[in-house]
Design a protein around this ligand. Structure first.
Ligand code: ADP
Ligand code: MG
Length: 604
């Protein structure tokens, strides 16, 4: 038999390696940003087109490369950062594998411009699919610019696998923010489709955090500072009262590298013991410095996982440190010299109370129960299906007539008010013709509000109440971008905006169904929900919005309802298109027929 094993050509090996290193545009962003930091840059620009799918460009003012190094940088296993195996145990750089540029150049069109300080001219190299297509000298400033165009141009399967621009942008912004938070002493700029998204000046850590997450963050931060022989910890945790329902901003950096570590996360969470409501997550920005030889960062190709020599001790120290800082903050204001009181203007709520009494229209002849229930369909499709009848269902004459004909109620009750009872401040019980119905009050209200908002957004002109004094709410840049993109939808629900600036929202009108004190709550909930769902179509956009509002505003379990309120709730529920399921697909009510009740008592 002849020999059959051969070495793969370089460009094939590079493509294979690229599969591991480059999953999506965000991976390119991470590698390029890290290279710029390793090159000692103090200012880094990230330019994107189309969520990085057509362009990711990083421009830095770092030390640049010589002509030879510029060519070498695209070779596999070519690195200036380690020389021997021993260096692996003493890493002070982000990169060390020498794989990133070779991998990226195998699957994109790459253009490099680089110049070292002392050189007259810089080097300009173009490379496509691992092949250098041109190299010449170029007049350029000190530092390096790498433009990565048309990612995966030669691997259609990978290109088609990329998600929507919204999702890919999120991944990029996540990477960008991790790097920016790890290096507040470096200035970062992010442009997307020629629009500035972030412009982060060189700053201290607190101001960097505030620049990213908005002024409101400033008052939330509790400083953390501890030095021991095996670890030093600094950074901030957010006060417990600002904990979030969704896992919010949770950042660990070890030796300036963002990492995920469930074990250390647990240490922080347990320090909050007794201070958090169930299901709430604290925000934290914690910077751990450990001796480089006590960690192994080589266990994961994308390097967000890390192995510590003495994890147990670190756990104990971290937990104690956070606990101590929280304790201090509870007893006395903590001295924090980085604190900038000029940033302390998060809310400008006015003490004015707007009480808008809901208008209740009661039709005495109205008979709200349908004969058919069940039919638990996902509400989005059913809404689409019945879209054309939407308005008809709200013209109550028609609807109540239909419902009356179906005659679910005892006929002698027809002209009387529906009698309901509240049970455990959670359920409503009502007698119907065939037996009885048990309604979950909170889920019922969610359904009512959901349909109301959906109708406002998609069909009707929404009612708006003008605020006497506009309300200012500050948000992070990222959130503001998102609010901008939802502006017209929000206006359809009844919101009116005075202005939307880079970091604040000025609200001058709100939907009649909400009160002034609920504004920030429901917008924050909406942002959280939008981030989780990343709606792809405009319909699901509306749907997420209506669901989010419904969830925020629905009356909760534990609320006592007056007879009138109970009646209105039942009435409104059964005027809904789909009363039987909550917007999130849960059963809203359950009927029990007389026969079923009979079986309970065995009384046939
Ligand atoms: P690694 O970062 O693991 O060394 P890369 O493929 O990312 O591998 O980069 C290869 C080499 O190219 C680096 O070791 C560095 O010497 C050089 N290099 C890459 N990017 C830059 C940059 N922005 N400025 C200066 N040198 C760079
Ligand atoms: Mg690198």
């Amino acid at each position: 038999m002849s020999d059959i094993i051969q070495l793969l050509p370089d460009h094939v090996a590079n493509q294979i390696a690229a599969g591991e290193v480059v999953q999506r545009p965000a991976s390119v962003v991470k590698e390029l940003l890290e290279n710029s930091i390793d090159a000692g840059a103090t200012s880094i620009k990230l330019l994107l087109n189309d969520a990085g799918k057509t362009l990711v460009q990083v421009i830095d003012n770092g030390k640049g490369m010589s002509v030879t190094d510029a060519r070498m940088s695209f070779e596999r296993h070519a690195t200036s950062k380690i020389k021997n195996a021993q260096d692996l145990f003493n890493l002070n750089t982000k990169g060390f594998r020498g794989e990133a540029l070779a991998s990226i150049a195998a699957i994109a069109h790459v253009e490099l411009k680089t110049k070292q300080e002392q050189e007259e001219l810089g080097t300009h190299i173009k490379i496509e699919g691992s092949t250098i297509t041109s190299q010449d000298f170029i007049a350029t400033s000190k530092g390096t610019s790498i433009a990565v165009k048309n990612l995966f141009y030669n691997i259609p399967a990978r290109r088609n696998f990329l998600k929507s621009d919204a999702i890919e942008t999120r991944h990029i912004v996540d990477e960008f923010l991790r790097v920016a938070l790890a290096h507040p002493d470096i200035a970062f700029l992010l442009h997307h489709n020629n629009k500035e998204v972030y412009n982060l000046k060189e700053n201290n850590l607190r101001k960097r955090i505030v620049a990213i997450f908005g002024n409101k963050m400033n008052e939330k931060l509790v400083p953390i500072d501890e030095k021991t022989d095996i670890i030093s910890i600094h950074g901030f945790v957010a006060k417990p009262e600002f904990a979030k329902k969704k896992r919010g901003e949770q950042y660990f950096f070890v030796n300036d590298r963002f990492i995920k570590n469930p074990y250390l996360n647990h240490a922080v969470i347990s320090a909050f013991e007794g201070l958090l409501e169930n299901g709430y997550h604290p925000s934290y920005f914690l910077y751990l410095q450990v001796p480089t030889n006590s960690i192994d960062i080589n266990i994961h190709p994308t390097k967000t996982e890390i192995k510590f020599d003495n994890e147990k001790a670190l756990y104990a120290i971290l937990r104690a440190t956070v606990k101590h800082s929280l304790g201090q903050y509870n007893v006395a204001p903590v001295l924090d010299f980085q604190r900038d009181s000029s940033l302390d203007t998060p809310y400008k709520f006015n003490s004015k109370t707007t009480t808008s009494t809901p208008k209740i229209t009661v039709d005495p002849n109205f008979n709200p129960f349908k004969s058919e229930q069940g039919n638990f369909q996902p509400n989005t499709t059913s809404f689409k299906r019945e879209n054309s009848n939407w308005e008809a269902l709200y013209t109550s004459a028609d609807t109540s007539e239909n419902l009356r004909q179906e005659g679910l109620f005892d006929s002698h009750q027809e002209n009387e008010a529906v009698k309901t009872f509240q049970i455990q401040k959670k359920y409503l019980l009502s007698s119907i013709k065939s037996g009885m119905v048990l309604i979950h009050q909170s889920l019922a209200h969610q359904r009512i509000l959901y349909e109301e908002f959906l109708e406002n957004i998609t069909v009707k002109e929404a009612m708006s109440q003008q605020l006497l004094f506009p309300v200012h709410i500050s948000f992070s840049k990222e959130d503001i971008e998102m609010i901008q993109s939802m502006k017209s939808d929000l206006e359809n629900t009844g919101f009116l905006f005075d202005s939307i600036t880079d970091e604040a929202l000025v609200v001058k009108g709100i939907p009649t169904s909400i009160t002034e004190s609920q504004i920030s709550l429901i917008i924050e909930q909406l942002l959280d929900d939008m981030k989780l769902e990343v709606p792809e179509t405009s319909f699901s956009h509306f749907d997420v919005m209506a669901k989010s509002f419904a969830k925020s505003l629905a009356i909760k379990t534990g609320k006592t309802l007056s007879a009138r309120e109970q009646e209105t709730l039942v009435h409104d529920l059964f005027s809904c298109k789909e009363p039987s399921v909550s917007p999130f697909g849960k059963a809203v009510f359950k009927t029990l027929t007389v026969e079923e009740i009979d079986t309970i008592f065995n009384s046939y």
